[in-house]
Design a protein around this ligand. Sequence first.
Ligand SMILES: [Zn+2]
Length: 185
Amino acid sequence: MKHTKHCTKCNKNKPLSEYQARIINGVNVGQSYCRDCRATYKARIESYKRTNPKNNPNRMFVNGKYIPKTHPLYKPGNYKTFEGAAFSSLEGYEKSTEGYVYIICNPCWSNWVKVGMAVDAEDRCNQYQTSSPHRDYKLCYNKYFKDRRIAEKKVHEKLKKISTKYKGEWFKISVKEAKEIVNKI
Ligand SMILES: [Zn+2]
């Protein structure tokens, strides 16, 4: 009898021999993860323990990056993005006024820049990356403001006056010029 088992990690059906033994009532049912997945999983746990010797459950990680308690969106746990972390506590996201005005560019549209605001500029850029097959968005610049919304509004007003074209948050202007405007706010 050829016995295969579904790995709950990689979602593949593999022969039972591909699983470490787990005996229940005298029968080998195998582990839930196949050997490959188990090895990857264990290595990840080990590396997590190594990089976080205290393994403190009160720590926050976003996209693998350690976030200190002083961050306005601090919330213990492991998240892919800040928005993922904020999802269950949106009030924190709304209440916090501080953040960054950022300039994002993409080599596909040279001389166009996107200027927006975010609690965390790198996080916002990562969100753009996931929407681009080439992952070529680049965070060109970001500056911290006590009130990111007001700062963004001022920057947008100035950009609309001097850029040759604009559409939404995209402006036809050089990064250098956009940077100067952000810095003058
Ligand atoms: Zn697997």
